[in-house]
Design a protein around this ligand. Structure first.
Ligand code: NAD
Length: 458
C-alpha cells in the first residue's frame, strides 16, 4: 500500500485516484473546485463514467479514498503525487501548461517528505524536465522530489475499465528509484509495463493519440471519395480490417473526431513540430480533414433544403461520443449554432449530455432559431422536417427505420454515425444521407405500388 495524492479530479485524475484506491492504496484526490469536492464526498460523481460512482462510494466508505481542496495536507506526506489537471488548447494551438505549473508550485511549497511527482496529464515533450526544475526552484523543505512521466490512455465512456485493464502502463523516467516506485504502485493491476525515458513517454502519448486521429481522418477522407465514386465505406473498412497490419478498430467513418484529447493533441504536436523547425504534414492533414468533416452533414442538408428557417429539426445526440456527458469539441457544438442562425426550431435529445449543452445553448429562442431539450426521443422526431444524428447512443440505435418514416413529417435523416443500413432505410422510405455510402434520395424512392412518392411536406 502506498500513500498517494492525485491533483485534479477530472476524467483522468478521478478515475486514476479511484482505481488506485480500489487496488488497495491510500488515496487523497485534490481539486480546487470546492463544490466538486463536496459532491464527491456525498457519493456523487461529478462526471458520468460507467462504474465510477459505485467504486467511489465503496472506496470512500472503506476509508481508502478521500477528497479535499486542502492540497497542503494531501501533498505533505504523500509518497507519490499524480498530476491529472487539464492541459487545454491555447489560441495558437499550443498546450496551456498553467494548471500544471500551479500544481507544481503547490507541491513544492507543501512536501515535507521525499516524494515522486508523476505527470499523467498529456504534456509536450520536455515538460517533465521543466516541472522538475520548477519544483526544485520553489521547494521549501530539504527533501528529494523527482518527476516521472506516466501518460494516461483511457477513453472516455470506458474510463474505469480502461484503467483497471489498461493495455500498457508507460513509465517514463531515467531514475531507478522512480521506476521501482511506479512499478510497485502498479503491481496490483498486473498489467504490461513499458519503461522508457521521460521524453519518449511524453511522445508516446502524443504519437498514439495523433495516430488514432489520423486513422479517423484517413477513413473520413476515403469515405468522402467513396460517395463520389459509388463505393461503400463500410464495405471498404470491412475489407481492410482483415489485414492485421491495418487492424479492425478506428475504421468507422463519421462526422469527425471530437472530445477533450484528439483535437487539442493534434494541434499541440503540430505546434511542437513547428517550434522545432519541422512540418508534421500528416498531422496537419488530420486536422484539416477533421475540420471540414464536422459540418459535412450540415452542408449536405443545406444543399438539399432551401432553408432551415421555421423547420423542426430533430438533433439526436449532443456529446462527442456515447457513454460520456462530455461535450468538448463535439460535432453538435459546431452544427447547432449554424442551424439556430438559420432559424431552425431544434428539438434536441441526449440521454446524459443535454444539461451540459443547455449551459452553452439555453433552452429557448436564439435569434431566429429556437432550441428545446426533450427527454423522449420520439418527441424530438414527431412531425420533424429533418433529423441529424450526431452521437450513436444506444437509444438512437434502437430506433427502427420505420419509426422515422412514421414519426417525422418528412422522413429526411442525416446520420453522422452510419447507424443504419442504407437498404433498410430505403425500404422504409426514409430519405437517408450518411457518410461514405450511397444516399437514399427521395426522388428515387417509389411507393410499393410503383408511384412516385409525394413531394416533401413542409
Ligand atoms: P478535466 O478538465 O476533466 O479535469 C481537470 C481537473 O483539474 C478539474 O476538475 C479542475 O478543477 C482540476 N484542477 C485545476 N487546477 C487544479 C489544481 N491546482 N489542483 C487540483 N486540481 C486542479 O481534465 P481531464 O479530461 O481529466 O484531462 C486531464 C489531462 O489528462 C489532460 O492533459 C488531458 O489531455 C489528459 N488526458 C485526458 C483524457 C480524457 O479522456 N479526458 C485521456 C487521457 C489523457
Amino acid at each position: 500500500m502506498h500513500k498517494i495524492a492525485v491533483a485534479g479530479t477530472g476524467y483522468v485524475g478521478l478515475v486514476a485516484g479511484v482505481c488506485f484506491a480500489e487496488m488497495g492504496h491510500q488515496v487523497t484526490c485534490v481539486d480546487i473546485d470546492q463544490s466538486k469536492v463536496e459532491l464527491m464526498k456525498s457519493g456523487i460523481s461529478p462526471i458520468y463514467e460507467a462504474n465510477l460512482q459505485d467504486l467511489m462510494v465503496k472506496n470512500y466508505q472503506e476509508g481508502r479514498l478521500d477528497y479535499t481542496t486542502d492540497y497542503q495536507s494531501a501533498y505533505k506526506d504523500a509518497e507519490a503525487i499524480f498530476i491529472g489537471v487539464g492541459t487545454p488548447e491555447q489560441p495558437d494551438g499550443s498546450a496551456n501548461l498553467s494548471y500544471i505549473a500551479t500544481v507544481a508550485r503547490q507541491i513544492a511549497e507543501s512536501v515535507e517528505k521525499d516524494c515522486l511527482v508523476v505527470v499523467k496529464s498529456t504534456v509536450p515533450v520536455g515538460t517533465n524536465d521543466k516541472v522538475e526544475q520548477f519544483i526544485q526552484d520553489f521547494l521549501v523543505n530539504n527533501v528529494r522530489v523527482e518527476v516521472a512521466s506516466n501518460p494516461e490512455f483511457l477513453a472516455q465512456g470506458s474510463a474505469v475499465h480502461d484503467t483497471l485493464y489498461a493495455e500498457r502502463i508507460i513509465i517514463g523516467t531515467e531514475s531507478k528509484w522512480a521506476e521501482k516506485l511506479l512499478q510497485d504502485i502498479y503491481k496490483p493491476f498486473n498489467l504490461p509495463v513499458v519503461s522508457v525515458n521521460r521524453r519518449s513517454a511524453e511522445m508516446i502519448k502524443y504519437a498514439s493519440n495523433d495516430f488514432l486521429a489520423l486513422k479517423i481522418s484517413y477513413m473520413n477522407d476515403i469515405a468522402n471519395l467513396c460517395e463520389l465514386v459509388g463505393a461503400d465505406i463500410q464495405d471498404v473498412a470491412k475489407g481492410m480490417s482483415f489485414d492485421e497490419r491495418i487492424g479492425s478498430k478506428f475504421l468507422n467513418a463519421g462526422i469527425g473526431f471530437g472530445g477533450s484529447c484528439f483535437p487539442k493533441d493534434t494541434k499541440a504536436l503540430d505546434y511542437l513540430a513547428k517550434q522545432n523547425g519541422y512540418e508534421l504534414k500528416t498531422v496537419q492533414a488530420t486536422i484539416d480533414v477533421n475540420k471540414a468533416q464536422k459540418t459535412m452533414l450540415y452542408k449536405k442538408a443545406s444543399r438539399r433544403l432551401i432553408t432551415f428557417n421555421g423547420l423542426k429539426v430533430a438533433v439526436l445526440g449532443l456529446t462527442f461520443k456515447p457513454g460520456t456527458d462530455d461535450l468538448r469539441e463535439a460535432a453538435s457544438l459546431e452544427n447547432v449554432p449554424l442551424l439556430l442562425e438559420q432559424g431552425a426550431d431544434i428539438y434536441a435529445f441526449d440521454p446524459v449530455g443535454a444539461d451540459n449543452f443547455a449551459k452553452v445553448h439555453p433552452e429557448g429562442q436564439h435569434g431566429k432559431g429556437r432550441i428545446t431539450y426533450v427527454s423522449n426521443i420520439e418527441e424530438a422526431l414527431r412531425e420533424a422536417n429533418v433529423c441529424f444524428i450526431f452521437t450513436e447512443w444506444g437509444e438512437v440505435k434502437q430506433l427502427t427505420p420505420i419509426m422515422y418514416k412514421e414519426l417525422m413529417r418528412t422522413p429526411l435523416v442525416y446520420d453522422g454515425r452510419n447507424i443504419y443500413s442504407v437498404a433498410e432505410m430505403e425500404q422504409a422510405q426514409v430519405e437517408y444521407h450518411s457518410i461514405g455510402r450511397k444516399a437514399v434520395e427521395r426522388q428515387n424512392m417509389k411507393e410499393s405500388n410503383g408511384h412516385e412518392l409525394q413531394s416533401t411536406r413542409f
